[in-house]
Design a protein around this ligand. Structure first.
Ligand code: ATP
Ligand code: MG
Length: 428
């Protein structure tokens, strides 16, 4: 900013960085807005300037994640609820601030700490209010992504959404169908990771139901079960909020019970059951993750966790080794977190199961410390040993897997001679 000023240009820090500084939070990234044209910015900071979005006037300056320096601009007409057909550079900071989404994101601060705040952003910050800049409905029609940005900021900051902005968000929500899936996925993940996600999930199922129609049957679905004092959606929301803020965990909890409405039955005593609901949840979850183009690895982990979320964990070293062998340590630890969060969102008098999870975790640590064998890599017998017995091709792997199972179950010790003797006698 000093260099821009020295060259005779205005330069202001703007957006999330100013918002976060005024809230006493540490900014994640830095945005600067300036009267200098992009070419001038590139020239001033060469060779440490990358024209990352020249069409929109953005130059990234410096190493690491850099600072995004954007020329004051006015957006042209939005024809598709996604992006302006063109942008025009302007000399006016105020015009630049007017194109921004929420008042708390439309505050500028210069090097000396002077503030430009034409839309009352600071007052909204103090009151904890998200308010669209200008006419809310038009702003969401221009760019529907702002709807999810609003929910993300509400979830992160715990702000309430001002009534006019709130009703515009709900009216314009169907426009989210026009937004690219990657951007929807990123914003939804942002919503899920917020500290105040519970309030957002409870207040905006109708909006979330546009990109995620699978959640709608859960809303208000009475479980008629002593384990549950909440309907399926409220239980889901509470489980999400109870989980550590890691994307895989929070997505898992969002999806874990979506199959419940499809599998609901009532027994003779009037009690509700959801036998095998996890299977339906996996089905719906899989459709959602595919539609949002999740990467293969995350999808696999999330669906494994959804599948296993309700499966009982036996408190034995054998059961721990079996789980480790099937899913690996990382996923097993995540599963414990999923079960904890699920349990925390159930009726209070059933929370004692948390103790069982702690015991299971202690057993898990013990098994790992002991160096128990649960992978082929740890098995005392290797491929060549089995081949020396005359086995070839897929039979080699089958024999090793059979031996591993026996070691995991403690039928046999992990001892080379004993395992080979057994293989010779029983497996050949
Ligand atoms: P974060 O802390 O997540 O980075 P941010 O507010 O800085 O939040 P960015 O995506 O970094 O969000 O954008 C920087 C600024 O650009 C925003 O504060 C806002 O003023 C403006 N902005 C970003 N996206 C939009 C949009 N879709 N519509 C209007 N203004 C936007
Ligand atoms: Mg930012």
């Amino acid at each position: 900013m000093a260099r821009l000023e020295a060259a005779g240009y205005e330069a202001w820090c703007v957006g999330g960085a100013v918002r976060d500084m005024l809230l006493g939070r540490t900014p994640g990234d830095w945005d600067v807005t300036t009267g200098a044209l992009p070419e001038a910015v590139v020239e001033l900071f060469a060779p440490r300037a990358l024209p990352t979005g020249l069409r929109h006037g953005t130059v990234t300056v410096g190493g690491g994640r850099g600072v995004e320096v954007t020329t004051y601009r006015v957006d042209g007409t939005y024809l598709d609820s996604r992006h302006p057909d063109h942008v025009t550079f302007t000399r006016s900071l105020r015009e630049d601030l007017a194109r921004r989404d929420f008042t708390v994101n439309a505050i500028a601060m210069d090097l000396r700490g002077e503030i430009a705040d034409p839309f009352g952003g600071r007052e909204d910050l103090e009151r904890g209010v998200l308010r669209a800049v200008g006419e809310a409905e038009r702003r969401f029609e221009e760019d529907a992504l702002r709807i999810l940005r609003g929910l993300r900021f509400a979830s992160r900051l715990g702000f309430s959404i001002e009534p006019g902005t709130d009703s515009a968000i709900r009216r314009c929500a169907p426009l989210l169908r026009k937004i690219a899936t990657e951007r929807i996925r990123e914003e939804l993940t942002g919503v899920l990771l917020g500290e105040h996600v519970l309030e957002v999930l409870l207040s905006y199922p109708d909006v979330l139901g546009v990109p995620l129609p699978e959640v709608l049957p859960a809303v208000g679905f009475d479980q008629r079960s002593p384990y549950h004092c909440y309907d399926v959606w409220e239980h889901t929301a509470r489980a999400v909020a109870a989980a550590k803020p890691w994307p895989v965990l929070r997505w898992t909890l969002l999806l874990h019970d979506l199959g419940k409405p499809d599998t609901f039955t009532v027994d003779g005593e009037g009690r509700g059951h959801f036998y095998g609901h996890w299977r339906k949840s996996v089905e719906k979850g899989s459709a959602i993750l595919d539609r949002l183009r999740f990467d293969h690895q995350s999808k696999r982990t999330i669906l494994t966790l959804v599948e296993r979320h309700d499966a009982p964990l036996t408190l034995s070293e054998k059961a721990v080794r079996r789980n480790l062998s099937r899913y690996g340590e990382e996923t097993v630890r995540l599963l414990l977190e999923v079960k904890r969060a699920d349990n925390l969102a159930q009726a209070e008098r059933f929370r004692d199961r948390l103790g069982l999870l702690d015991q299971w975790e202690a057993l898990l640590n013990l098994v790992l410390e002991q160096g128990d064998c649960f992978t082929l890599r740890q098995l005392a017998v290797k491929g060549n040993d089995v081949m020396a017995l005359g086995l070839r091709g897929p039979a080699v792997g089958r024999c090793l897997s059979a031996l591993l199972e026996l070691v995991i179950d403690e039928t046999l010790p992990n001892d080379r001679e004993i395992l080979l003797d057994y293989a010779k006698e029983k497996l050949l």
